[in-house]
Ligand binder design. Structure first.
Ligand code: PBG
Length: 340
């Protein structure tokens, strides 16, 4: 049909003129920018980084293209670089060699451990960046669970919380800004808050992995850390993917116990949970765009099946639109570059 064949507006006998035309506000890029509801910003991003022992080494993570395990010296350069790109915060995860692991994860609170050394060094080199450390035993236990197990393989809650408290204190002692318990033991936020306060670390914050689901999307992360559980799975402590009300129960508990920021993890299959948590609390809400979510986009991008950069921006925007104020994402550095 040529434009000459188009009817003059208002003259069609069958179609009345629409009285509201939403497309008016989509007509030009400037109009679209004016009415855009969600703005992704570098301030929203927290960059997870993997540190390992050694020097001058940067090892690719097979299932997470573009992510590396860094030795401390190279990690410091990376932290400096991302801070210069405007990223305010990093979340640290250690790769612990097998010989330093044991049944109860004692290496987790070694004052000269890898995390502790790394935090000290970052606080020397890039003092302004917000350093967040993971509080959970899985990188440190021979069995790969986030807690202490009994002879039947049951993860014991209260003895685990005691170790988590020691771990958080040892991280506070080296100057971390926030600790992030990702273990899903009951009562750990309150126990950690109480211990931090009693030791005088009143300004060390808690980013609580409040609604953390037992998810198959963590696979690549477990490759990165060699931390996959040696038996069973994490369903007795991480949440059932089918539950939404329970997420609010967990969030409520963590808030009452002293969390400063609450988190939903993973992000994409749980956007409804992010939305509900956002409505429920006045605290900042974080979401973890996890390793499996990252790997799927990278894999499809490498195949040329999707426009990777656009999919990354659309994905992170959707997480923010759902209600997350903060997004932990392995895309942080790439996105910081894109947003420049
Ligand atoms: C460990 C922890 C995990 C992640 C963050 N902290 C894995 C797990 O619970 O098994 C997953 C992060 C990701 O997949 O990107 N407690």
């Amino acid at each position: 049909m040529s434009s000459a064949d188009l009817p003059t507006p208002g003259t069609s006998p069958t179609l009345p003129l629409p009285s509201v035309r939403p497309r008016r506000l989509r007509r030009t890029p400037a109009l679209r920018r004016m009415v855009r509801e969600t703005q992704l910003s570098v301030n929203d991003l927290i960059y997870p980084l993997f540190v390992m022992a050694g020097e001058g080494e940067k090892v690719k993570i097979g299932s997470m293209p573009g992510c590396y395990r860094y030795s401390l010296d190279l990690l410091l350069r990376e932290v400096q670089a991302v801070f210069e790109l405007g990223i305010n915060a990093i979340a640290l995860f250690p790769v612990i060699p097998e010989q330093k692991k044991d049944d109860t994860g004692t290496e987790s609170y070694n004052s000269e451990g890898l995390v502790q050394q790394t935090v000290r060094a970052i606080k020397q080199a890039v003092p302004e960046i917000v350093v967040i450390t993971d509080v959970a035993l899985d990188p440190f236990t021979t069995h790969g669970h986030d807690g202490i197990i009994d002879e039947n393989g049951v993860v014991l809650n209260d003895p685990t919380v005691e170790v988590l408290v020691k771990m958080a204190l040892s991280q506070a002692a080296v100057g971390v800004d926030m600790v992030a318990p990702s273990d899903m033991m009951d009562g750990r936020i309150g126990a950690i808050r109480k211990a931090l306060d009693a030791a005088g670390y009143i300004d060390v914050g808690i980013l609580a992995y409040s609604a953390k689901y037992a998810s198959a999307y963590y696979g690549p992360f477990r490759d990165a850390l060699d931390s996959a559980p040696k038996f069973g799975d994490k369903q007795t402590y991480q949440m059932d993917a089918a539950n939404a009300r329970e997420a609010l129960k967990e969030v409520a508990l963590d808030i009452s116990e002293g969390a400063d920021i609450v988190m939903v993890k993973p992000a994409l299959a749980y956007l409804d949970i992010i939305c509900q948590v956002r409505d429920y609390t006045q605290l900042p809400v974080a979401a973890y765009n996890v390793s499996g979510e990252y790997a799927m986009i990278k894999a499809a991008g490498q195949q040329g099946w999707i426009d990777e950069k656009k999919v990354i921006l659309e994905t992170l925007t959707s997480i923010k639109r759902a209600g997350a104020d903060l997004i932990l994402t392995y895309f942080a550095k790439e996105v910081a570059l894109m947003l420049r």
